[in-house]
Write a protein that binds this ligand. Structure first.
Ligand code: MLT
Length: 276
């Protein structure tokens, strides 16, 4: 039996120790989580989340290959290189770069998860990867919704419900899930708002974004296209892992490890041939 628990907002994680040695998915679908996933998929080396702008600037100091990214009130922070729109993070701009991110709710939630055992960043762009990961770990998980300004927001909650729905769709005898009121409500709300014939629908996700408080705010700032990008299911099927204060794609970590192993083999064979 695995237990899935939802935090409705990062403000309910009163202190980091609550998540110590736990498993968590951090959720900020509009937009930080989605934007980071796009940036890493487009070749950014890593993302370093910072809880505030000053901390981000400090981390950035002295680094030649890093960019400051994020927003306050949805807009570019003075002195930052990028805002928080997924459209900005193209391959040409981010390949090989370290991105230091500070956003109003998303990065605060990620930083609060620094003591977790396993932590990944989830959005509609990689929902299948998230579900696959939860099932492979097969232990209790927290779904930490970033929310909006210390409060609940519909889009993160519905995403959490969709994750639960997708887990329940997997028919397996050893997967048994315990759901309490918030999780059951998220599941039912997701079924009501973003599922059609039992399948997740990008069109319905976009409709849900458009009625959300934050979605309306982003549209008022001219970011309507961002809503569409963030609604596309599994368009960036990669797994951003937050570990040791850095977010990297699992796929990238595995590639680097196998390259290192390859190098080792070459070095070892070189040594052997010299020894002969
Ligand atoms: C946040 O972290 O609060 C959001 O990602 C805000 C935004 O849409 O830029």
């Amino acid at each position: 039996m695995i237990k899935i628990s939802i935090f409705l907002s990062h403000s309910l994680v009163a202190e980091d120790l609550l998540l110590k040695d736990k498993n968590a998915v951090v959720i900020d679908v509009l937009r930080a989580g989605s934007t980071m996933t796009v940036a890493l998929s487009n070749g950014a080396k890593e993302v370093i989340p910072a809880e505030n702008v000053t901390k981000a600037a400090k981390i950035n100091r002295g680094s030649s290959n890093s960019m400051l990214c994020g927003e306050r009130n949805g807009k570019l922070v003075v002195g930052f290189d990028f805002g928080n729109s997924p459209l900005e993070f193209t391959q040409e701009k981010v390949k090989g770069k370290t991105l230091i991110f500070s956003t109003t709710n998303g990065t605060v939630s990620i930083v609060k998860s620094r003591l977790t055992k396993n932590c990944v960043i989830g959005s509609f762009l990689n929902i299948s990867k998230i579900v696959e990961y939860i099932l492979s770990v097969n232990q209790d998980f927290y779904l930490l919704c970033a929310g909006k300004l210390n409060n609940f927001c519909i889009e993160d909650f519905v995403f959490a419900g969709a994750v639960i729905k997708e887990i329940l769709k997997v028919k397996s005898d050893n997967i048994n899930i315990e759901l309490n009121d918030p999780e059951y409500t998220a599941l039912k709300l997701a079924e009501l708002l973003v599922y059609k014939n039992d399948e997740l629908s990008s069109d319905l996700i976009l409709d849900m974004f458009k009625i959300s408080e934050h979605g309306k705010f982003l549209i008022s700032l001219g970011f309507e296209k961002d809503l569409e990008i963030c609604s596309r299911i599994n368009t960036y099927p990669f797994l951003p892992i937050f570990s040791k204060d850095i977010i990297k794609l699992k796929e990238q970590i595995e590639l680097e490890t196998s390259q290192r192993m390859g190098m080792k083999k070459i070095n070892l064979s070189g040594k052997n041939s010299n020894d002969k």
